[in-house]
Design a binder for this molecule. Structure first.
Ligand SMILES: [Zn+2]
Ligand SMILES: [Zn+2]
Length: 374
């Protein structure tokens, strides 16, 4: 099958012929309908994270189940699914506590090693002409997904069944952008009605933070970005105010709008400067929530005395603290009920072999989400 392979930051991301083995026990094979191009894929492409390479890229996607591995009873062939880049193991102490986004087995095996739960990969590059199959080059999964491909084999817990009437070439982005953004508001921060909220960065994840804050009943939602088109969009997603951070210091402008500071400041970018701004925007009892992911090793600073005296908190939010099998179908329902906007997040659709162009578009900053359609 065709899949998009990442080798190293110097080698262009390109489509290759890849072998996909049959699903083993507890796994399923899914035919991909659409795969979203996310900033995390860009971090990988630029070599900013220690990602297991070579790998098939992509961690956001949707599709249809085409084959069940031994023992899988939670899914059937033909089910429509959204892929979750945390396939909960269901057995570790975090999964048992209901904190599935923290799944220990995903954090220690699946994600860092680029394999499935049994420690092996279903992906490989074909052996060179005439070579023994044993000489085939191993290929890694990305976050247990690898959705930039015609098909994937994933743990059954990472293929989340959703309703059949939801368009697969839209709801693919529920698996990362929507779950991460809305989940950060509803799950990680548990924003209360009447709260004041600042959102730094209005890209694919940030706009979902904005609409999550609206769902939570926030009274003021201040959208902050350096690209005016993105804060325009944020107003459509429920923001009540906007700040153009390209002009003047965003914190200074925020404190002109809300002199007491905000109850919640979300950093949907994940740069040192934006994390520090989020902390400085807080009012008494406020919480800064780090949603956007920085490069490995990045450091930010804050004044502990201010934090302690003002009873403030800094929260990290991984994957919107979601419980995939509960939250993903519920988010798809909210989209179908008109409570969540997803269509405006999708700025274009491209074939699989234009993955490099889609990543370049994202890097240039103009687009929200491009979907790759195999
Ligand atoms: Zn993502
Ligand atoms: Zn677990």
């Amino acid at each position: 099958m065709k899949a998009v392979v990442f080798r190293d930051p110097e080698t262009r991301v390109s489509v290759a012929e890849v072998e996909l083995a049959a699903p083993r026990a507890g796994e399923v094979r899914v035919k991909i309908a659409a795969a979203g191009v996310c900033h995390s894929d860009l971090h990988v492409k630029r070599g900013e994270w220690d990602a297991p390479a070579p790998m098939v890229m992509g961690h956001e996607g949707s599709g249809v189940v085409v084959e069940l591995g031994e023992g899988v009873t939670s899914l059937a062939v033909g089910d429509h699914v959204v892929l979750s880049w945390v396939p909960p193991c269901g057995e570790c102490r975090y999964c048992l506590q209901g904190h599935e986004a923290r799944c220990q087995k995903v954090a220690t095996v699946v994600a860092p090693k680029g394999v499935l739960f049994d420690g092996t990969s279903r992906l490989s590059l074909p052996a060179a002409d005439g070579g023994e199959p044993s000489t085939a080059e191993p290929l890694h999964h990305y976050l247990g997904v690898s959705s930039y491909a015609e098909e994937v084999v994933v743990p059954a817990s990472g293929a989340i069944k959703v309703r059949d009437d939801a368009p697969l070439d839209v709801i693919a982005v529920v698996g990362c952008a929507v779950a991460t953004g809305v989940g950060a508001v509803l799950n990680t921060a548990a924003v209360e009605p009447g709260s004041t909220v600042a959102v730094i960065g209005c890209g694919g994840v940030g706009l979902n933070v904005v609409q999550g804050a609206k769902l939570a009943g926030a009274e003021r939602i201040v959208a902050i970005d350096v690209v005016p088109e993105k804060t325009d969009m944020a107003l459509q997603f429920g923001a009540t105010d906007r700040i153009d951070a390209s002009e003047r210091d965003a914190v200074e402008q925020l404190l002109e709008l809300i002199p007491d500071g905000v109850d919640y400041a979300f950093d949907a970018i994940g740069r040192t400067v934006t994390t520090e701004q989020a902390i400085r925007m807080l009012g008494l009892g406020g919480a800064a929530v780090i949603v956007g992911l920085p490069p490995t090793g990045a450091k930010a600073s804050f004044e502990p005395l201010v934090l302690a005296e003002a009873d403030q908190r800094i929260l990290g939010s991984n994957y919107g603290s979601v419980r995939p099998s509960i939250d993903i179908p519920a988010l798809v329902d909210r989209y179908m009920d008109g409570q969540l906007k997803i269509d405006p997040l999708i700025s274009g659709r491209r074939p699989l072999d234009e993955a490099a162009e889609a990543l370049a578009d994202l890097e240039a900053g103009g687009v929200l989400r491009t979907l790759l359609i195999p």
